[in-house]
Design a protein around this ligand. Sequence first.
Ligand code: FAD
Length: 160
Amino acid sequence: MDDRQFRNAMGKFATGVTVIATEVEGEGVHGMTANAFMSVSLDPKLVVISIGEKAKILDKIKQSKLFTVNILAADQQELSMIFAEQIKENKEVVFERLDGKPVLSGSVVQIACEVSAEHVEGDHILFIGKVTDIKIDDVEPLVFYSGRYRSLAEEQPVTI
Ligand code: FAD
């Protein structure tokens, strides 16, 4: 099996899109687009994210021991592209705070976490986050499927 086939197969799992954000004191906020996100446990409340070993955000999360997961809304594709380096020019992004941690306003859900464990698995590092606060805004999510951004609205059947 080659890398392309593996990527294509994994891309057939439709997901939402998140921006993971963290902040090291004195260095400002750093964000990265990620769809490798999953709920892990209800008691205690835990989530997991998977970060590539070459990502700049990796050392920042190790240092700060905190991150937020911002589930993007349908109208936030540009933010996904900014934090995945798909838009190259520097754009200023304003973060607000949840439990003192940096979050993106307008997201469907903001989840504030403290790192409770990390595991190296192949070329990625899994961070388990203990959830310290959550904010929900009931808006439509951005969807990622087969390497393309989508919205739930476009998949809805036309009713006559
Ligand atoms: P950088 O490349 O430095 O940062 C990414 C971009 O964000 C840069 O353009 C930077 O200028 C900008 N940026 C960072 N902070 C700020 C700020 N405060 N204000 C404004 N701009 C800022 N990779 C994974 O490891 N795991 C995943 O689960 C994952 N899922 C992905 C899902 C999708 C849909 C896409 C498109 C990409 C995904 N990636 C994932 C790839 C990842 O988003 C990119 O490789 C990313 O560029 C790596 O970020 P970095 O931490 O190395 O930081």
